[in-house]
Each structure stands twice: as structure tokens, then as C-alpha cells.
Design a protein around this ligand. Structure first.
Ligand code: FAD
Length: 486
């Protein structure tokens, strides 16, 4: 359906985890909802480039939205994971210390957490720490039992798919170029269309300042913090049952050794200010620095365990002195009526995404009441993962669908049936990265060396496109160009 046919009630700019949470939460009401995203799929920017930790809510200023919404997000993650069928583990997390000063600081973190509503945090001694995480270096730790890990790709996809099920419409490859208020409506222009809407929401992540300016709310200062990581092979995953952090300062969590829901270990992040929110390259010096720092915390890996690096960038809202500010979630009736402005949604934006959405909707409902939709269905089912089934279940899957009997990705044991389901899934994804995020295909040790060409061939066949039209992730990222021979 074209965006120009009839006006929307709400247009959300940006389909990261927060935009998708907004779409899903708004789809509980009788509203026509559109989501405009410049990339060909959801969650291609910061929401796919983080640590995937469900934070406990103890690391933020007392009384801040970051603390409040993080604690709420932490509490609701278990139910959300059940409703929306995405991987989440409440595995806990440790903050490891060695000196008396560290000990005092960790006690302070517990006090701060409790004042913010976080719970189940306590100190453990060296013996208990090492029984929980063999090989960790540290004399004691603060254990946060409520912390956990989530698959950030599948969490975002699940929110979006559930929103679609409940009537929201996603428009990909639509970069918002300008916004104007005309005759009581917002007119949002992309390169080829104009979307009209009563309400607009700025959920543009790294571009939040730019969209805020377009709405007429000018002057926010955004600092980009560039964070590099190394990913290790799953071989070691079982040795790190929960994320291992150092003692945090007020502004930086420090380099940690974390683990994904699939069992890959993450070493990171560096934290460097950057002028360019699209510069994702990882410098060798940072890889060397991460190796050294992680070795001091958990010296049980070698460089041979590296499978790849990645980088994520945080949009931090700063005051005129550079001091980092709380999440800004506002409606400025004086400057931009019926526009919700989300600025500086940095960490813990993943944990807090659904509470952020509910907070924003509460602001909207102070100004207009939305009728609930009786047909709202909160449940979404994901793709059944062959590798995680018992032998009996696998046999049954193959009996029902022989494509489950054909392994495409050997590292992560992903079958043809799963890849086809991903390509045919509700958001109609069209890129290699979309298949990767939905299935874990090409995420293993060989990073697609074995299966990438087969996935490309399946995309070509399913979508009826030529090899040169297969994109890796973005519109202009062809997998093939030129010819080896004429
Ligand atoms: C290194 C790192 C580690 C982190 N670790 C954690 C963690 O462990 N736990 C946690 O809770 N949080 C973590 N975070 C924070 C979390 O990832 C973010 O807060 C969250 O993903 C923000 O989501 P978002 O939807 O606001 O932004 P994004 O994911 O950036 O989404 C914004 C979307 O807007 C789109 N967009 C931008 N401009 C336009 C335009 N003009 N037109 C159309 N679309 C547009 C973008 O393409 C993008 O898809 C981490 C972040 C980083 C960088």
C-alpha cells in the first residue's frame, strides 16, 4: 500500500528496537500506523550493534528515566520473550573487583540500584565467583541476579512482526528528507512520496538530532560514542555463563566479557568519541587493546578464537559542557504539537525499549485518547530452530517438511526450511543480512564461507531477482558486481 493513499494517525520515523516497540504498543489501539525506515529491514543500526545485555537498572542516576525504564524493561523481558518468542536468558551478571576501593564502589552501585528499584544484587566472595565463572580474575564481585541476555536482532524483528500482525505498516528504504506542518497535519517527505499523519514520532536513533531539527525542536547536542567489539567462537561459550563486567565509573561500564544467547563470547567495548555516525570500521589498535583488557578479566581465549569484529555507535545527548544527559522523551506543544521527540536513546535503550514506547504513548494519551483494539493479538511465533530440537523433534520436522532435512549452514546447523521461512516472513526481508539475523546462517565460524552462495541463490529464486540485485544489507551493497570472465 502506498503511503500517499490516506493519512496515517501515527508515523514513526526509524525501525530500530524502539521504533518497533512503539509500532507494537501503538497497534493495541485503533490507529493507522506507518513506520518509515531508511534501510531495507528493521534493526540495521544500533539495535543490531550492541551487547544484548538486559541490564538490571543499577548503573544510572537515581530518578532518571534511564533507571526507571531500564528496571521496568528488565522486569517485563521474561513475559515479552514468551509472548513474542525470542531468545532471552535471565542468567545474571557480575561486576568483578579486586581492591578495597572497588568493594566500596560496588556497595555504592548496589545502594544506587536499590534506590532506582532494581533488586537481587549482592556481593559474592572469590570462591563463589570462581565456582560460577571458572577462570575469571577477581577477588569478589557484585552479582546482579536479575540481569540477562537477549537476542537483539530477534527481539526487534519479533516486535515488528507482531506490530504487522496487528495492522501496522512498515515502509523500508524510505529515508525521511523533510518534515513540515501543513493544515494541522504533518507532511513527511521521502525521495519519492509524501506521508501525511496527525502524529509523528522521532525514533531515528543516531539521526535523532537531525529529525528533531526537522520537527522544529532545534539545538540538541548529540555526541557519538563509537564502541568496538571482538566476537569469539561459540566453542568457548559454555565457559562464560553470564556477562563479566569490571567496576563501572559513572559514565563508562568498562571493557567486559559478555556472551550472546547463542553462546558467542563478546569482548568490548572501546569507547571513543566520533564525528561520523556511519563509521563502523574497527582499527587494529582497538582489537589489540581489547585483547589486552579482556585477558586481564578472563584469560582463557586466544586470538585463534576470533571470528569477527563489529562496532556500534551510541547517540548521547550532551549539555553545553559535554555532560551526558538522561533520555529525552518529550512532546513540545509550543514548537511541534502532536510530535513525540525521542533524543539520546543510548544504553540501556534495548532493555528499556518497550517501557520507552509505553512512556511515549502515555504522553500522547495525555493529549488524545486512543480507543483500544479488541482484536489485538500479543502473540507472535518465530522460526523453529532445527539445531535446538531433540532428535525426535527433528525427525518430525523433516517428516512434515523435507526442507528441514537439508543443512545449508554447517556451523550453526541451519536448514533450507528455516531460510525459506525467513525470506517468506511477515516483513518480506530481501537481503543477506536479513536472513542472517533471522536464522543465524552465516554467523558461525566460517562466516558464510560455506553457505553464503546458497543463501544468495535462494534469495534470487524466491524474490525473482538477478544475482547483481542481491544486496548484503543496504540498498547499495551488492553481493556481486562485475564479471570474473566475459
Ligand atoms: C555498543 C553498544 C552496546 C549496547 N549495549 C546495550 C545493552 O547491552 N543493553 C541495552 O539495553 N542497550 C544497549 N545499547 C543501547 C541500545 O542498543 C540502543 O539504545 C537501542 O538499540 C536504540 O534503539 P533505537 O531504535 O532508538 O535506535 P536505532 O537502532 O539506531 O534505530 C533507529 C532507526 O532509525 C532509522 N533512521 C534514521 N534516520 C532516518 C531517516 N531520516 N529516515 C528513516 N529512517 C531513519 C535508522 O536507519 C535506524 O534503523 C548498546 C548500544 C551500543 C552502541
Amino acid at each position: 500500500m502506498s503511503g500517499t493513499e490516506r493519512p496515517f494517525d501515527v508515523v514513526i520515523i526509524g525501525a530500530g528496537v524502539v521504533g518497533c516497540a512503539l509500532a507494537r504498543e501503538l497497534s493495541r489501539y485503533q490507529l493507522r500506523i506507518g513506520v518509515l525506515e531508511k534501510n531495507p529491514d528493521v534493526g540495521y543500526e544500533t539495535s543490531a550493534r550492541n551487547t544484548g545485555v538486559v541490564h538490571g537498572g543499577f548503573a544510572y542516576d537515581i530518578g532518571s528515566l534511564k533507571a526507571k525504564l531500564c528496571v521496568e524493561g528488565n522486569r517485563m523481558m521474561g513475559n515479552l520473550a514468551k509472548e513474542l518468542d525470542f531468545p532471552f536468558k535471565r542468567c545474571g551478571k557480575v561486576l568483578v573487583g579486586n581492591t578495597q576501593e572497588d568493594y566500596e564502589r560496588l556497595l555504592e552501585v548496589i545502594r544506587q540500584g536499590e534506590a532506582c528499584g532494581a533488586s537481587n544484587m549482592h556481593m559474592i566472595g572469590e570462591e563463589e565467583l570462581k565456582a560460577k565463572i571458572p577462570g575469571v580474575v577477581g577477588k569478589f564481585a557484585m552479582l546482579s541476579e536479575n540481569s540477562g541476555i537477549v537476542d537483539p536482532f530477534l527481539f526487534t524483528i519479533a516486535l515488528a512482526e507482531n506490530a504487522v500482525k496487528n495492522g501496522a505498516e512498515f515502509f523500508f528504504c524510505r529515508e525521511v528528507k523533510s518534515i513540515a506542518q501543513e493544515e494541522g497535519m504533518w507532511r513527511i517527505r521521502t525521495a519519492e512520496e509524501t506521508f501525511s499523519t496527525r502524529w509523528v514520532i522521532n525514533s531515528a536513533g543516531l539521526q535523532c538530532g537531525k529529525i528533531s531539527d526537522m520537527l522544529g525542536i532545534r539545538g540538541y547536542r548529540i555526541i557519538y560514542s563509537k564502541d568496538d567489539y571482538i566476537i569469539l567462537d561459540k566453542r568457548l561459550g559454555s565457559l562464560v555463563p553470564m556477562p563479566i563486567y569490571t567496576v563501572p565509573s559513572n559514565t563508562y561500564m568498562g571493557i567486559h566479557v559478555s556472551v550472546t544467547t547463542d553462546g558467542n563470547i563478546l569482548l568490548g567495548p572501546t569507547a571513543e568519541d566520533s564525528d561520523d555516525p556511519s563509521h563502523y570500521a574497527v582499527a587494529q589498535k582497538n582489537i589489540d587493546g581489547l585483547y589486552k583488557a579482556a585477558m586481564e578479566l578472563w584469560p582463557n581465549f586466544s586470538r585463534a578464537d576470533y571470528i569477527r569484529t563489529y562496532c556500534g555507535i551510541l547517540p548521547k545527548l550532551a549539555d553545553e559542557n559535554g555532560k551526558i544527559q538522561d533520555f529525552k522523551i518529550e512532546i513540545r506543544d509550543d514548537l511541534a504539537p502532536r510530535a513525540v521527540n525521542l533524543v539520546g536513546i543510548e544504553s540501556p535503550g534495548l532493555t528499556a525499549s518497550v517501557p520507552i514506547a509505553r512512556y511515549a504513548i502515555a504522553l500522547m494519551m495525555e493529549r488524545e485518547s486512543f480507543a483500544e483494539k479488541e482484536s489485538f493479538d500479543p502473540v507472535r511465533k518465530g522460526i523453529v530452530r532445527f539445531a535446538e530440537c531433540s532428535e525426535e523433534e527433528q525427525a518430525e520436522l523433516i517428516r512434515k517438511d523435507p526442507d528441514y532435512g537439508e543443512l545449508v549452514c554447517r556451523c550453526n546447523k541451519v536448514t533450507k526450511a528455516e531460510i525459506l521461512q525467513a525470506i517468506r516472513s511477515p516483513l518480506h526481508p530481501s537481503t543477506m543480512a536479513a536472513v542472517k539475523f533471522r536464522t543465524r546462517c552465516m554467523m558461525g565460524r566460517c562466516q558464510g564461507g560455506y553457505c553464503q552462495m546458497r543463501v544468495a541463490a535462494m534469495l534470487e529464486e524466491e524474490l525473482g531477482i538477478r544475482p547483481e540485485e542481491v544486496n548484503w544489507a543496504r540498498e547499495d551493497s551488492p553481493l556481486f558486481f562485475g564479471k570474473v570472465r566475459e
